[in-house]
Every structure is written in C-alpha cells, then in structure tokens.
Design a protein around this ligand. Structure first.
Ligand code: GLN
Ligand code: ZN
Length: 758
C-alpha cells in the first residue's frame, strides 16, 4: 500500500455493528440451559449476561472501536427483544410487562404452549422469532432493556450507540393474520419508534444504529412509500440515525435509503463492492458513510489492499470526517475469538479472523497501519500460494467436466422400468429418511470413542450391533426399503467433512443458530477431494444382513457447502462442484458394493437462494448441476433419492424437478399435505414421498390418520409414483414412538395398496 493512501485514511472513525453474545466459552448457553433446567436462578442467569456484556464492551473499547453497540445483546433473539421494546408481543402469551418467564415462553415450546414461529434471518443460519401482526395489536413501549444497557456501559465509562431493528424490516419480517394488512400498522409503529427515540434523546444518546437489512432485498409493493413515510416522521426526532443495511446491494432501493435523510448510511461492500461508487455518487452532503469492508459473515482475513482502496476512494470523495470503517454486518455470525483454537494448523490460523480479531482489522484499516498492512499482504499471498489451496488433480477434473457428466444416461421414463425390475418393490413402497433414534447409549459410545476412552474395535462392534438391531426392527415393522440408521454420524455435514480433504475443524468456533443453540461449521480452506470411501463399509455391512433393498445415505454438495464456512478465494460454485465430485465417487463406490438405492439429502438447497430474485436463476443453475454431478454417474437400475425438509418449495419446483432424482421425499405432514397443491399445479415428473407424519413431535399418529393423508396424495400423485415415509430423519426420537408410528405408517400403506389393487 503506498504511503499516501495510508495517510489519507489515518483519521477514520471505527464502528462495530454487533458482537457475538454467547461468550468465548459459550457461557450464555450454559447459563440459559441451566436456568431452563431449574438449576440456576434468574439472578444467576442475569448476572452471567451482564458480565458478558461488560466483557464485550471493554473488549471493543480496548480494541479502539469508536462506535460501540449496545442492545445488540439478547437472552434469546433481537427480534423478540424489539417486540418487547415496542410492547408488540402476541397476546396469547399474556399482557403487561414481560417477565423472563413469559419471554422464554414466547421463544420456546413447552408442554403447555407452542412458542412463536421461528425462521432464518435473511440468508444466514441465525433464526429469529417471527412477529405476529393482527388488527388487535397495540404498542406499549417499554425501554427498560434498551436504557439499562446504556447505563451499564456508562458505568464502565463507555458511551454506546444503541442498535434498533428498523420499523420496515420488523414489519416485513412479520406474519400478518389472515386478511390483515400489516401496512395498516404504520401509524402505530411510527408512534412507538418515535417514543423509543425520544427516550434515547432524554438519555443524551447522540447516535442510534437502525438496522434495515430489508433494503437489500426485493421490496414488496408499497414498501418504498411506507419507508419514505416512516423515515420522514422519525426524522423529526433530534437524534442521529445510522441507517444500517447489509447482506447485499441496495440497488434500486438506494434512492429510498438516501431519501430517508438519516445522518449516516451503512453499506455492505464485502457482498456488494460495486455499490460503493453507486452510493458515493448520490450521498447527500450532510451524510456520513459507514463502509462495511470487514466481512461479518465469514472467517477469513480481510484483504487490506482491497479494503484500503475502497476506504481511500470514499475519503477522496467525502473527506475523512464522513467515512467510518465497519464490519459488513453484525459480528454475530462469526465465532468469538481465535485465541482458544489450539489445534488449528498455525498456517491456516494465520489466514483466519474471528470476531475479536476482526475488531483489530477494523482499527488497523482506520489507522492505515503500515506494518499491519505489510503483514496482511504477506498472509494473503501465503494463502494464495499454499499447496493446500490448490489441488491440481481436482482442478483438472473440474476443467474437464462435460455436459454428459451432469446427466443420467437415460431419462427417468426409461430408468423407472429398469428400477422396478431390479428392486421388485410393491405399490406405495415404505421407507424412512435415514437416521434412527440416536439414543443416549449411541451418544455415550461416540463420545467415549472420540475422547479415547473406547477403542476403535469396541466402538466398531457397538455400531455393528446397533445397525443389526435396527435392520431387524425395520424388517419386523415391514418397511420395504431399509437403511443402516446413521448411528456413526454426529452431524450430517461434519461427518462427511471429516473424511474429505480441504476441510478444517475448530474446537470452539461456535456461531449462534437460535436461542442457546450454536453450530460449529467446518472450514473449507482448500480444494476438496475424497481420499477414501466414507460410508461404504456401513452400508455394505447393513446390506449383508437383509434380503430387502438397502438405501445408502449421503449429504448433498449444496448442504455441505451451505453449512460450512466457505473459502472466499474461488467461486462457491467451484467448491460445490468439487464436493460433488467427491460424492460422485462415493455414490459409484456404493453402487459397486451392491447398494441399489442411494439417497443424497439436500435440505439446504432452498436456503442457499440469493436474497435477490434476479440472482436465483444463476444460483439454481449451478446448485442443481452440483447435485446432478454427484448422482448421475450410476447405472439405470440404481435408484437415486433425495430429501428436503422445509415446506416452501413452490417457487423453486422446476429446479427440484431438474435435480432429476428418481425419488424425492419431503416434509408435508405438518402442513396437511398443502405441499400437494404445488404438485397438482406443476405435475412432478418423478416419484415422490410426501411425509405422512411429523417426526418433530413424540405424538404417534394412528394408521387412519396417515391413511387419510395418503388418500389425499393419490388424488394428485399417480399411484406408481407415490412413496410412503415420515417427514424427516428419526434421530431425535425414541425407539418406542418410532416403532409405533412406523408400524401404523406401514399399516396405512398396506391398506391403500389392497384397495388400489382391487
Ligand atoms: N438422512 C438425514 C437423517 O435422516 C436427513 C436429515 C435432514 O433432512 N436434515 O437424519
Ligand atoms: Zn429432513
């Protein structure tokens, strides 16, 4: 970096947009779970939470961050907190001030009451509680949490910039009751937000971070007008708003973001670097720009040369006083710190930055620290040159791919007959989605083996026994297509990642998924390849135990990609195709081992969709190809299954059909086969198993109930296309309810079979 560039940005302010809440050792998780289990008092839990907030504020101050967030902390979820702040929580949980008990009742299912619905926050793996909008809703502002946090920080001598979820994002993320127009809440919402802001004015707060990530999506009709109206009103409160957008480009929503006339605008230039120029061209003279140039969604070090170039460009146009250095979005989506990683190879570690280290990057960028920039350039170059980054053989394989590598030899119409002959299955074949109960015993053996307290031989023997007993039970139940049960798997991605080259694992790289639940995504750092078979011996062993057809079980390339931290130095498409090639070899090995049916699960296909519709097609094109690449290298007779969990498939049905799996199983029992309407409208070409019972609950549906669902299904799906299976894997269930439910399921299938054959 030239010295004059460094000077240009030496006086920039820095901001953080949100810090991970769990604590470096997941202290919050354990405190929450202890409290829920009745082992900790409320005071205990609150003390842990307060301690974490204080620690994180100090950490940000000591790092040199100027704008430090408050109210980014949450005991469960920030959207729920916003509803509490506005007094807009659903009435069925009670009214009046929200106690801790009621707060958690809204968030977590209990025997007495179903919690609020939960769904993914934009395209992240973080889940928020979905606001419920109805005519009766009244807003009663309660700023206790918001103000308490400001005071807590002040006691440490730290002045914070409180974070609020913006009104438009909140409104649009909610679900309106039947026939209710959520936009009609606008006036009440404006009043409520004004009250909140006025309260912050009283507290002598000068800046508020107001998050409107919805601006990075395709807005529904009327939203732009609503946005203008709401922000014109909020503008009357004498407080500075940092309108904060992230996860994608503002694009056609840029004018409305500018017209909101806030004192500052934050943009994500990691996901959308091109928008820097677009924004610089239209920012108003009084507006500050917060440049989100340190990635808040991934764990790689920032390329300082690129980030500094963007910052100096912003400074050239706006001057130093109007430019703030920030992460692209809240750091909630990355693990806490790298310090606790003792086992990662040092070289890989030198390319990584978790939340704490990212704060360091933000400050270094703002200072234009030359020494750090030199180190950064060296690390970037080292990563690019590292042998582990490039596997020539894999690259050559990718380059050599031809159209035919993405297609089965014959179309489904011709495969179906061959498969029918080879498998000899009855009408309405019954099967499961793969996993069987992961009992305490299974988990105990796995943990003992992992920590070296159980020998490989003993663990192996245990797994064989578990598989054998699972097969006997499936035979007794009368299932037609059997599975081995997946007892050897901890997690459907980690299990495969551990066999593949190009993946690394952290000890403590946890990221919040929802509430106290955290996930530890593997890190894809190099080209992916499969040095040896991964599942073959288990499937082969299972097959040797029974005459019935055995189904091999794999996790698909998009799901492995989506649930990992991916490299940012090659396109995601290429990584997914590398994984696909590895899986293709596994599929072929399973076939060679005599496994006649192979299921490749893709529950994450839908969640990989870009935020903007116009980008869907490009994504779906390579994602579908990744699946086809993994599954198309088999003979006609080999039957490929896939499975997906979540219901909202309407909009991507053509892509699901394009996967060209012979059979697909999907979740639908919870929605009473509403899924079928979609298939009625689009006539699905291959075979399909709409789940006939909900595995998420221990309830055992009787045969009549499942029979009734199957009757609905045969009205839409041709009998020879219909499979019978539960909604999803059974690993979270116990054996008694599993056996009872599957017995009933098979009875329902047998009954329908008898009737249809008459
Ligand atoms: N085969 C996996 C299982 O049964 C599928 C899990 C999933 O769909 N998420 O557990
Ligand atoms: Zn599932």
């Amino acid at each position: 970096m030239p010295a004059d560039t460094a000077l240009d940005i030496s006086k920039l302010k820095t901001a953080n947009l949100g810090f991970p809440r769990m604590g470096s050792q997941r202290e919050l998780k354990f405190a929450l779970e202890g409290y829920w289990a009745g082992k900790r008092t409320e005071a205990d839990l609150l003390a842990v939470a307060k301690g974490l907030r204080e620690e994180h504020w100090k950490l940000q101050r000591d790092a040199g961050i100027h704008f430090i967030p408050s109210n980014d902390f949450s005991l469960y979820d920030q959207v729920l907190d916003t509803l509490v702040l506005l007094g807009a929580t659903p009435e069925r949980f009670g009214t009046g001030a929200v106690t801790l008990e009621r707060y958690f009742a809204m968030a977590r299912n209990s025997r007495e009451q179903t919690a609020m619905e939960m769904t993914k926050w934009f395209d992240t793996n973080y889940h928020y509680l979905v606001p419920e909008w109805s005519a009766g809703i009244s807003f009663a502002v309660d700023t206790t949490k918001l103000v308490n946090e400001i005071h807590e920080a002040r006691l440490l001598g730290i002045e914070t910039r409180p974070v609020l979820i913006g009104p438009i994002t909140l409104l649009l993320l909610g679900k309106a009751a039947d026939g209710f127009d959520a936009f009609s809440l606008a006036d009440k919402l404006i009043e409520a937000y004004k009250k909140v802001l006025a309260r912050l004015v009283e507290e002598k707060i000068s800046w508020v971070q107001i998050d409107e990530p919805i601006l990075a999506t395709d807005l529904p009709e009327g939203a732009v007008d609503l946005f203008r109206r709401v922000y014109r009103q909020l503008g009357s409160v004498p407080i500075k708003l940092m309108l904060t957008t992230y996860f994608d480009r503002l694009a056609e929503n840029l004018p409305v973001a500018i017209d909101a006339n806030t004192t500052g605008l934050h943009i994500d230039v990691v996901r959308a670097p091109q928008q820097l120029e677009e924004v610089l061209a239209v920012l108003q003279p009084h507006q500050l720009l917060s440049v989100g140039c340190v990635e808040g969604r991934n764990i790689w070090l920032t390329n300082f040369a690129e980030a500094s170039a963007m910052l100096s460009r912003a400074v050239d146009v706006l001057g130093e006083k109007r430019v703030i250095v920030a992460p692209s979005c809240s750091l909630l989506h990355v693990p806490h710190d790298l310090r606790s990683e003792t086992k990662l190879p040092a070289r890989l570690k030198s390319w990584l930055r978790f939340a704490e280290e990212k704060l360091g990057e933000i400050v270094a960028l703002a200072k234009g620290d030359d020494a750090i920039a030199v180190q950064n350039a060296a690390a970037i170059a080292d990563r690019a040159a590292a042998e582990s980054s490039t596997n020539r053989e894999v690259r050559a394989q990718l380059d050599a791919l031809k159209e035919i590598d993405f297609s089965r030899e014959f179309p489904y119409g011709e495969r179906a007959g061959a498969q029918r002959d080879a498998l000899g299955l009855p009408l309405f074949p019954t099967t499961t989605i793969g996993s069987f109960p992961q009992t305490a015993d299974v988990r105990k053996h796995r943990a003992a083996h992992k920590h070296g307290h159980e020998t490989d031989e003993a663990y192996e023997a245990f797994l064989r026994e578990a598989i054998e007993s699972c097969i006997r039970r499936q035979e007794e139940i009368g299932l037609d297509v059997l599975v081995h049960g997946e007892f050897e798997r901890n997690d459907m991605v980690e299990y495969f990642a551990e066999f593949l080259e190009g993946f690394a694992f952290t000890e403590n790289g946890w990221v919040q998924s929802y509430g106290s639940r955290c996930v530890k995504p593997p890190i894809i750092f190099g080209d992916v390849s499969r040095p040896q078979p991964m599942t073959v011996r288990w499937s082969e062993y299972a097959r040797s135990l029974t005459e019935r057809p055995m189904k091999g079980m794999l996790t698909g390339p998009i799901t492995i990609l989506q649930w990992s931290f991916v490299r940012n130095d090659i396109p995601r498409r290429d990584t997914s195709w590398q994984i696909a090639l590895a899986l293709r070899s596994e599929v072929q090995d399973l076939e060679a081992a005599g496994i006649p049916i192979i299921q490749v699960d893709e529950p994450a296909l839908r969640e990989g969709l870009p935020l903007r519709r116009r980008e869907w097609e490009a994504y779906l094109d390579w994602a579908v190809k990744a699946f086809r690449l993994s599954t198309s290298g088999v003979r006609n007779e080999t039957q490929i299954h896939t499975h997906m969990c979540y219901c909202a498939f309407e909009d991507i049905l053509p892509s699901i059909a394009a996967l060209d799996a012979d059979v697909i199983s999907m979740e639908s029992a919870r929605s009473k086969m509403e899924l079928l309407d979609v298939f009625r409208a689009n006539s699905y070409p291959n075979e399909i198993g709409p789940g006939v019972y909900d595995i998420h609950s221990p309830r055992v549906p009787d045969a009549d109930e499942m029979y009734a669902l199957l009757q609905l299904a045969v009205q839409v799906i041709k009998p020879e296309q219909l499979w019978v299976n539960p909604d999803c894997g059974l690993k979270t269930r116990g054996w008694p309810e599993t056996e009872a439910a599957l017995n009933n399921m098979c009875a329902a299938a047998v009954r329908l079979r008898a009737e249809m054959q008459v």
